[in-house]
Every structure is written in C-alpha cells, then in structure tokens.
Design a protein around this ligand. Structure first.
Ligand SMILES: NC(=O)C1=CN([C@@H]2O[C@H](COP(=O)(O)OP(=O)(O)OC[C@H]3O[C@@H](n4cnc5c(N)ncnc54)[C@H](O)[C@@H]3O)[C@@H](O)[C@H]2O)C=CC1
Ligand SMILES: O=P(O)(O)OC[C@H]1O[C@](O)(CO)[C@@H](O)[C@@H]1O
Length: 394
C-alpha cells in the first residue's frame, strides 16, 4: 500500500507518516524543503524518538521524498498511484498544494477510477473540507464533480506534541508517546483499506476536534502568550511558575464549561482531561520554545480559532470568560521578529490601535467582550512599559 503525505515536518514525520508506516504503507513525502528531502532520500528512512524517560528510537521505512515545486509531474504520478493521501502542511498552506492535488486527482479519475480519501491533518476545524474548497477553486464544476465521485475528504482531529531534532544528518522527529487521531468515517469514500493503526473512527467529529482545539491548543497557545509577558523562554519554564500554571488551569476550566454545557460531558471528565493536558505540557523531556507554540498569532486570534471562538461561545452562554479574555489580550502583545504574523500583528496595532486590531483580526461583535479585551491589553501593556510584574486575574 502506498501513502502520499504532503508536509514532511514535525507531524508529518512523527505522527501521520509514523502511523501509516505501522499500518503497512510505503511512505512518499512531499515537501518544499530540498535539504530535508535529500536527507529522507539518502537512506530512504527517518527516525522517530519518543519523548519519555526511555527515549526509544524507531525507524520509519521505506520512505521517499519529492519536491512539489521542482518535481510536480512525479507528485502527480504518485497521486495517481496512491492508496491514501494525507497532509500536515499548516492550514494556511492548503491552498498552495491544491493545484498539484487537483491535477493528480483528475489524472487518477481519467485512468484508474479507484476511490481514495484525502485527509488534511491540521489544527483547524474541518481542514479536509477546506482543502476540498481550495481544489474547487482551481478546477471547473464538471472536473470537481468527477473528482468528488471518486474522492472523499474526511475531516480529522490530530493530537500529539511533535518537534524535530535539528542539526542531524538524518531526519528525526521527537514525539510524546501518546496521541489521538480521530477520523470522520462518514465522510470517507474508500472502505476497502485496513483501519489506520492507532486511529479512531467516529461518525461525529465535532466533540473531538472542538475539545482538542479549545482545550489542548487553546491551553498551549495561552501558555505561550502568558509566558511571553513574564519573559519565560519555554512552556516548561513558564509552567514551573505556580502563578502561570494557575492562570492556564483557570483558563482551561473556563473553556471546559463550554463542553460540559454543549456536549453533556461531566465536570470530572473535563477535570481529568485538563490535568492530563497540563502534565503533557510540563513534560520534562521536552524543551518547547514559546515562539514555536505561539507561532502565527494572527491565525490563532482568528474569529473561529482556539481563543476567540470559545470566548464568544462562553459569552453567548452567559458563562465566565475573564481568564480567556486576558489571554486574548496577551496574544495581541506577542511580538517576535522572526514570526511573520507576529510582526504583521504588531505593526497593525501600532498603526491602527488595539481596538481596530481586535476588530480586524478577531472580529468580535460582543461589545462587552471587546471592551474587556482592550482593557486587559492596556493594563498589560502599561505593566510591560513600566517593567512591572504582569497582573493576572485571580
Ligand atoms: N507540531 C505539533 O505538535 C502539532 C502540529 N499540528 C498541526 O500539524 C500541521 C503541521 O505542523 P508541524 O508539523 O508542526 O509544522 P512543520 O512546520 O514542522 O511542518 C510543515 C511542513 O510542511 C511543509 N510545507 C509547507 N508548505 C508546503 C507546500 N506548499 N507543499 C509541501 N510542503 C509544504 C514545510 O516545509 C514543513 O516541512 C499544522 O497544521 C499544525 O497546526 C497539530 C498537532 C500538533
Ligand atoms: O500550528 P499550530 O496551530 O501552532 O500547531 C502546533 C501546536 O499544536 C500543539 O499540538 C498543541 O497545542 C502543539 O504541539 C503545537 O505547538
């Protein structure tokens, strides 16, 4: 069986490629990073190291890698032959792979007419549907109908902290031992393949993806943005401070109320989920830079994203949202010269002021929530100017 995976980064290597290989697939990775592509092709393999006390290393092979920019025809041929197609390129890059995918899927329809599923594994709600939408933009309606007759775009939720080991001669992913890959089986077209090793198949993805995005991803981004206020370099050093840990736990407790109300989950279950998540963040075998975790703040502060969506929902339900409001304000203070979005965000705030920025990037209709974010932002900024300790809500 052949798997074609777009995005040979942390998740591509340490999560998706790893599990597909365990299921019995030969892996073809597609990326734009030629140096990494050469490292994969040198011995047709890569390594995955567990971030636990044993640091077990496993080899993933056979693996080959292609460059989607310079080897487009080879990628199209691989799409024609593949049994499954997956991605983890970052949700904002899905539009960049839509063109080659469209060409490959059309070639496939014209030749073998075998059904296939394309699963986008990104931190976003309905990323596979978003990829389908991007493909729709580059083909005619007739072509899209022929693609959809043979292609499923099942949405998925992925959860595993994955990093890469830099400066090695061979590609190595660093991953925490636990993971969760949940796939909407109702949206799949190909039912002849064996289930993916370790994946969970469900009929309703919403509770899984929302819990993951608004607890794990929200909590992680919140830690990065609060850590930044305290000049803490890593997630682990930040959470070593009881004040920051209390703040993150309180913020996660707020979003937990959304799940308890919406999905009939018990308080005990959410408490256990939060404790498990905090323990994962504090993993001493990882040193996780706050700029990796907080990266792309414009995306993360978006209307339907991990911070603003639960804040809007909690507000709508009349539930407390104080800590989350403070985290959103802290997000607007996340400055890092090497993060293109952080630079753009800070420039916008400087040029237009915080109120216009929150309206522009987070599109918050609720005036009370908007005012509260602005007040927190102004307080935190004042404290930063005076180099005084940030005051967090109790
Ligand atoms: N790293 C983590 O712990 C987790 C990441 N995610 C999600 O997984 C996705 C990938 O994240 P990471 O692996 O951490 O990022 P990454 O930056 O390590 O990997 C992304 C890869 O995609 C490649 N890429 C970018 N544009 C491309 C294009 N046009 N064609 C082919 N390849 C392209 C990049 O060169 C890079 O190798 C993101 O959506 C992220 O939100 C989800 C859960 C955990
Ligand atoms: O591209 P994003 O959304 O930052 O996704 C990656 C993040 O998601 C996580 O899985 C959980 O927050 C982190 O490991 C990682 O920083």
């Amino acid at each position: 069986m052949q798997a074609l995976h777009f995005g040979a980064g942390n998740i591509g290597k340490g999560f998706i490629g790893y599990l597909l290989n365990k299921t019995g697939y030969e892996i073809c990775l597609v990326d734009v990073n030629q140096a990494a592509i050469d490292r994969f092709n040198k011995h047709n393999r890569y390594f995955v190291e567990m971030l636990d006390d044993h640091h077990t290393v496993e080899e993933v092979s056979p693996v080959k890698a292609l460059n989607s920019l310079t080897q487009e025809q080879d990628v199209i041929d691989q799409i024609e032959q593949a049994d499954i197609i997956t991605t983890s390129v970052g949700v904002d890059n899905l539009s960049r792979i839509a063109g080659v995918l469209a060409k490959g899927l059309l070639k496939r329809v014209g030749s073998n007419k075998k059904t296939i599923d394309v699963i986008a594994n990104e931190n976003a709600i309905n990323a596979s549907s978003a990829l389908q939408g991007e493909i729709e933009k580059v083909v005619s309606p007739e072509e899209m109908n022929s693609i959809l007759a043979y292609t499923g775009f099942p949405n998925a939720s992925i959860d595993r902290l994955a990093l890469s080991k830099e400066g090695e001669e061979e590609e190595t992913a660093l991953v925490e031992p636990i993971f969760e890959w949940v796939i909407n089986q109702k949206e799949a077209k190909n039912h002849e393949l064996p289930p993916i090793y370790g994946a969970t198949y469900v009929d309703d993805l919403k509770p899984f993806i929302e819990r993951k995005l608004y607890s794990v991803n929200m909590g992680h981004a919140a830690t990065a943005y609060i850590a930044n206020l305290f000049n803490e370099p890593t997630i682990q050093s930040a959470l070593d401070q009881p004040e920051i840990e209390r703040m993150i736990q309180a913020t996660m407790n707020e979003t937990a109320q959304y799940f308890i109300t919406q999905f009939n989950v018990s308080q005990d279950d959410m408490d256990a989920y939060i404790q498990k998540t905090l323990k994962r963040f504090k993993n001493k075998n990882i040193s996780d830079d706050i700029y990796r975790v907080g990266r792309a703040p414009i995306r993360k502060l978006g209307h339907d994203e991990r911070l603003v969506k639960p804040a809007r929902e909690l507000k709508r339900l009349g539930l407390p949202v104080t800590h989350l409001t403070c985290v959103i304000a802290a997000g607007y203070l996340f400055a890092h010269p090497e993060d293109e979005e952080a630079v753009r965000l800070q420039t916008y705030v400087q040029d237009h002021g915080i109120e216009k920025a929150v309206n522009h990037f987070s599109e918050i209709e609720d005036q009370e929530l908007l005012t509260a974010i602005i007040h927190y932002y102004q307080d935190l900024e004042r404290q930063k100017q005076r180099a005084s300790k940030p005051e967090l809500p109790v």
